[in-house]
Ligand binder design. Structure first.
Ligand SMILES: [Zn+2]
Length: 110
């Protein structure tokens, strides 16, 4: 909510910090909480780290995804394998997958 308000009211941005038309933007917005995240055209809807930490299954159990040795999802509470790549972040349906540069990327699915 704080993030949202800060964005809504303009925040500390100055005219110089706004991207000029035609230049590559430096950030994009997390689709769940609207926080600024690094611009990554390959993943236009990836969620920020804080949101990725809140990924849960459809029955609300915390999940963790790993990319090594193979892409695997696990329930954080029991360590049991979670067989899907679909997860939910604050009610937004997302998909986890191995990131191009390693690690896991979670993207809003809708
Ligand atoms: Zn976020």
């Amino acid at each position: 909510m704080l993030q949202f308000l800060r964005q809504w009211f303009g925040g500390p941005s100055s005219p110089e910090s706004k991207p000029s038309p035609g230049l590559m933007p430096e950030t994009q917005a997390c689709p769940v909480c609207s926080a600024d995240v690094g611009y990554y055209p390959r993943y236009p809807r990836y969620v920020c780290g804080r949101c990725a930490d809140q990924a849960v299954s459809d029955d609300g159990r915390p999940l963790q995804f790993f990319d090594s040795p193979a892409f695997t999802g696990r329930y954080e509470d029991t360590g049991a394998v979670y067989p899907l790549d679909v997860c939910f972040v604050r009610g937004v349906r997302c998909k986890a997958r191995p990131a191009h540069m390693g690690g896991i990327v979670i993207e809003a699915a809708d």
